[in-house]
Design a protein around this ligand. Structure first.
Ligand SMILES: Nc1nc2c(ncn2[C@@H]2O[C@H](COP(=O)(O)OP(=O)(O)OP(=O)(O)O)[C@@H](O)[C@H]2O)c(=O)[nH]1
Ligand SMILES: [Mg+2]
Length: 479
């Protein structure tokens, strides 16, 4: 394998089982300049976005030494920046003795290549930076496989970078150029093979997780997913709620792999809380795709707790970015509670003015760090959950065994008895699962009054001339 494809991660800060990351994004540079372009279409406050990019960079271990912004009507198709600006940037990079330049945009592969060739330095964009962080932080096998796959997919169309790299090293003559191209083909084939292997491995790991998930569902406890912008305090909240010790850090993307904890509410109800990867504005689509499987768990939750850093100056933007990603992964319509976290950092009389969907949701001010408001949050979660559930008291005829299985799978059961007419189940079901049970509802009447089919029949025959008093629903299984 060529040397450039087997580089070791610089931040090899975790366990011995960590394999070296493969691909071009294995290493984080040390010093970098941040670059952004302001066009008429820029709809995100530019400096705010650069602040976040700087924070992302520092999470990856990169020091930002300067910022360059170019205002232009249309980005240059081959180098993004105008040629004068590229030259200026090259000089600045040299003056600051940088290892890299980081663009606050997603670069197209050709722009990436051209910039790298012209600047003769490592070029990164938002996606690459996030991929580096993900590579440093993923812990579980699935997390690492997802990141590696996203990295390989990112590398593939950009591979010619290696060619320019090779030709630079070797002086760039025609012969070497031919060799470089051959090398590129070899590299490409290696990467494609790597991609297939990763996909196969991922499939296996996911199959196992799906099994776990199904078993958990069978256990009946509702799943509450903590979602929110990166660094909002989700892991701290999970620790507070479950008394557990999930990694919480003042770093972006501290959590990459989903963690689930069982929590028992005051009323005895058990809930599974799961912590998830933090969202970020313009989470690159490749990454949303890579983490789709992990995020699907979010879309399957019974309730979302959107943890918000209420003390953040751009809280509304962060809320909207999270809502957008939720839409993308199919979790947009789920019931949701807002946890306005870091309340301890807010001034006493502070009133958070929320807009859009967020303004309409149940919300609780809380400090996951200090523990204030946590009980109210749990109460709010419990109430919102139960409001989603329909109370059911049903007698399921024995030839509808699949409904009994469904009740076990999706609902909570308070009573289960086998009677002559079928299985008597009492409990709660999420609304979207309760439809098929409606015909089997038992009206409020004592057990004795519910007659077996034969007894009922006899009664009906005796009272044939009297008007029937039974509700239509009951008749559907009596007759
Ligand atoms: N002051 C204050 N700080 C908090 C509170 N909750 C969390 N923090 C801090 O915010 C930082 C981020 O917390 P995490 O729990 O790691 O945030 P997260 O949302 O899990 O972040 P990612 O996993 O990176 O997405 C940490 O330094 C926490 O100590 C709070 O209620 N008040
Ligand atoms: Mg976290």
């Amino acid at each position: 394998m060529p040397e450039h494809m087997s580089s070791q991660p610089r931040n090899n800060n975790d366990s011995n089982e960590q394999k070296p990351m493969r691909g071009l994004l294995a290493d984080a540079p040390l010093r970098a300049i941040l670059v952004s372009v302001e066009t008429a279409e820029t709809d995100w406050p530019l400096q705010e976005s650069l602040d976040e990019l700087e924070q992302l960079a520092s999470t990856a271990g990169v020091q930002c030494v300067d910022r360059v912004v170019q205002k232009m009507d249309h980005p240059h198709p081959s180098t993004l920046l105008g040629s004068g600006k590229v030259k200026e940037l090259g000089e600045l990079l040299h003056a600051h003795d940088c290892d890299a330049v980081i663009f606050d945009l997603e670069l197209r592969p050709n722009q990436h290549r051209n910039l790298e060739r012209e600047l003769d330095i490592q070029v990164l964009d938002r996606t690459a930076l996030i991929l580096i962080i993900f590579g440093q932080r993923a812990r579980t096998r699935e997390g690492r496989l997802q990141v590696e796959l996203a990295q390989v997919e990112y590398d593939l169309p950009r591979l010619t970078r290696q060619w320019s790299h090779l030709s630079r090293q070797s002086g760039g003559g025609t012969n070497q150029r031919g060799e470089g191209e051959k090398q590129i083909e070899v590299d490409r084939r290696l990467l494609r093979r790597q991609k297939n292997l990763l996909e196969e491995e991922l499939e296996q790991v996911r199959g196992q997780r799906q099994l776990h998930r199904e078993r958990r569902k069978y256990a009946g406890a509702p799943v509450v997913a903590l979602v929110g912008y990166t660094n909002a305090g989700k892991s701290t909240m999970l620790n507070r709620l479950a008394g557990s010790e999930t990694l919480a850090e003042d770093k972006l993307f501290a959590t990459l792999d989903p963690t689930t904890r069982r929590v028992r509410l005051a009323g005895g109800q058990e809930i599974l809380f799961s912590d998830t990867v933090g969202f970020v504005q313009r989470l690159p689509t490749t990454l949303v795709a890579a983490f789709r499987a992990t995020l699907e768990e979010v879309a399957e939750a019974d309730l979302l707790v959107h943890v918000v850093d209420a003390s953040h100056p751009h809280v509304q933007h962060q809320i909207e970015a999270v809502e957008l990603v939720l839409e993308e992964i199919g979790g947009g319509g789920l019931p949701m509670v807002l946890a306005l976290n870091k309340a301890d950092l807010l001034p006493e009389d502070h009133q958070l003015e929320l807009k859009g969907v967020a303004a309409t949701l149940p919300k609780v001010e809380v400090s996951a760090m200090q523990g204030t408001g946590v009980d109210s949050l749990l109460r709010c979660i419990s109430e919102t959950l139960v409001a989603q559930f329909t109370a059911l008291d049903v007698l399921i005829p024995y030839d509808h065994g699949e409904l009994v299985a469904q009740f076990h799978q999706y609902g909570t059961i308070e009573l289960e008895e086998y009677e002559e007419g079928g299985t008597h189940l009492r409990g709660h079901m999420p609304q979207n699962h309760s439809g098929p049970f409606m015909p089997f509802q038992i009206e409020a009447q004592p057990k004795k009054a519910r007659l077996s089919k034969r007894a009922k029949q006899e009664e009906l025959e005796q009272d044939a001339d009297q008007p029937a008093e039974e509700p239509a629903q009951e008749e559907s299984f009596v007759s």
